[in-house]
Design a protein around this ligand. Structure first.
Ligand code: C5P
Length: 232
């Protein structure tokens, strides 16, 4: 069954802690991205893990192999459960990240970012391929380089899972029907993502900006469950 990850794009650790209390029980995964990790760092990761959450540390590493290997090791040492690096960082960076944690007891799942869900066709600098074609080819690289999964849009996930069934797929760019897409371009609904084969969906603003975040999350979970039941 696909799992829901709530993106905690929030401007303070206090706000993150109160949001995590509101969501406790129904939601099992929280995503800490750039803003919140800058503000709260490993102490916040520790607090949220203490509340029983799994942590997706979404810092999208993209640097020379040595720097990324050290960052991945550091993320593993604070017990992040999942983290991201850019597939476009290439083979040495991605394979190096995997080897860096090979001997560690707690290994985070490594997800390669393919094409950001905010890009529409023609918007990626220097890339002439359609997002779907490019994302699928990067997913092939991620698979060959031994990453656990890829981040892709719900519009690409079915093709990626058909070619690489053992690669986990995590989809941001999720919007319940009728909601504003904000800065996202390649969006799908929670139900469409699950029907297309997503293992994880990441949802931020539709939950965190809702006056009743717990209800928004449970409606999304309900839609995911319905989609799963239709597949079976
Ligand atoms: O608020 P919203 O649901 O658009 O948030 C999506 C989250 O997923 C953001 O935190 C963003 O950084 C992240 N993300 C994304 N597209 C990717 C990778 C991560 O939107 N390809």
């Amino acid at each position: 069954m696909a799992q829901l990850i709530v993106a905690m794009d929030l401007p303070s650790t206090d706000k993150a802690l109160s949001m995590s209390s509101v969501l406790a029980g129904s939601v099992k995964w929280l995503k800490i991205g750039l803003e919140l990790f800058i503000l709260g760092g490993p102490v916040l990761v520790d607090k949220l893990k203490g509340m029983g959450y799994n942590i997706f540390l979404d810092l999208k590493f993209y640097d020379i192999p040595n720097t990324v290997e050290r960052a991945v090791k550091a993320a593993a040492s604070i017990e992040a459960d999942m983290l991201t690096l850019h597939c476009q960082g290439g083979r040495k960076m991605c394979e190096g990240a995997k080897s860096a944690i090979a001997n560690m007891q707690k290994k985070p799942l490594l997800f390669g970012v393919t094409v950001l869900t905010s890009f529409a066709a023609g918007e990626m600098p220097g890339i002439n391929e359609e997002p779907r074609t490019f994302a699928t080819s990067l997913a092939g690289n991620a698979h060959n380089w031994g990453l656990n999964g890829v981040v892709c849009s719900g519009q690409e996930v079915a093709g990626i899972k058909a070619s690489y069934p053992d690669l986990l797929a995590l989809c941001p760019g999720i919007r319940p029907a009728g909601q504003a897409s904000n800065d996202q371009s390649r969006v799908v609904t929670p139900g469409q993502a699950v029907s297309s084969g997503a293992d994880f969906i990441v949802v931020g603003r539709p939950i965190t900006n809702n006056p009743n975040p717990a209800r928004a999350a449970s409606e999304i979970l309900c839609e995911m469950e319905k989609a799963k039941n239709k597949i079976q």
